[in-house]
Write a new protein. Sequence first.
Length: 526
Amino acid sequence: MAEMIPITVSVTDSMSDMATPVTYYFNVVNGPNGVNNGSLNGTYVCKFDGYNDRSGSRWTSLSSFQADGDGNLTNGVWDMNGRTFNSEMSGTVTGGYSIGSDNNGMMSVSSTVTSGGNGSVSQQYAIALTNTTTPAQQFRMIETDDVGSTASGQHGTGVCYLATPAAFAVSTISGQSFAMGMQGENSSGTPKAYAGQFTASAGNDSGGTITSGILDGMRLDQTADNGGTLGSGTYSAPDAQGRVSLTMIPTGQTTGQTFVVYIIDANHMFLLETAGDTGLLTGDMRTQLQSSNTASNLFSGPAVLYGQAYFFNSSNSGVSGYKSDLWQTSDTYTGTYTGTITLNQSYTDNEGTYTDGADNGASTSLTFDSSNPGRASVSLGSSEWMYLYFFNNNSAFMVDFANSGYLKSGWLEAQSATFDSSAMAGSYMLGKLPPLDTTDNDVVGVLTLDGSGNITGGVSTAGEGNFSWDQSAGTMSITGETVTTTYGGFLIGSGNKGLSCVVISATKSVCLENAASDASMMTLQQ
């Protein structure tokens, strides 16, 4: 519901001459009415990636709380770190929420520091929920209090999953192997990204050890792989909120990096670096579910490969630009530990220049590492390296880097869906991947596809000094390459004016924003 608020403005110049008053009308949209509060009910685990307005520095928080289905948040805990922090901070959180009939909502929280500092702060978020089941399995959020005279001076975007508290146990880590994908920046603000794998020993009530592992990746200003093998490490028993302390020590060293891990369920976790390195790393951790690590088991069938990249400016040792890539692939194995990846449909946004299909038909080989479960190297030449760390069939973390100042991270996801508009009909949560550009606007909302290619819905945006709540997305449509094509690619809008998307499953698609200089990517999730 909206109303027009009149504001009359008059101006007097230095000669005391007054101009004729002008009345402006501002369209103000009321907040959600709480009718769907019951859709948020259970324990949720969240990862939020934000930026500080003043310095442009990145920070990340992990949190866990209970939503009671009646608008209240309780039993909340959080951990937070950033490259300009003196130390990692943690604390408690309470709050409330209100969700409207379209599954867009608002959430307010009060956070109190209990370690690494002191004080309390209140924050506000716009949220959007998936709605195929109740309670909602996932929601996304953007910070909306970076406006007005009490602006927070920070903004960002987050994702939350309904947790399984029964998985808050040593058995979730004990004797398992895990793949990881992590992004962040060093103490100077230079981006860095890693993907890796490790195996945990059988543990006891107090935790256990890491027996082996490996990482690949680097900082943007480096010219070679800065990863290496893991020689040892430890993990603690989860606490009542599912938090685990994890330490990884490189081979030949006596100290390493410490992370806090938030368990979501038996197969999915978030992790956040808390000590041992200058700067910040954060990301996802997945249990490796493959029954074997041969190419035939891990790498066969259609998949979607997507990621975001930075370019390095050597003249000022900073970021010069951004790129996003979205590919539909065919994956085939050619030997016990070898395979071929072919790009069938491709969309690219390179520093604001959009291309459709430029990489179609490209093919390259990859080799699985028999010594490190799920690790595969993709052949890209002598000066660029891509690694995939698999955690299930055709599902992996990706890191791609070059000695010419290029760094990309992302995902490979197995593709399984019926590619037609009627099969895609329904409401989708729209959420943005963590932005690369510190000044980029954050977006969250709900879009509805009617089965004939028409799209409506409400979207909220926020960034440095601005916030727009649940504004109508208008009427858009799927155009150009429709979802009836072989590979599941489709356009919302057209050319440089829309989104290019690829269907991953019947409930999820991933999109890049055409001709966006900040290389924005987002997901549509039921």
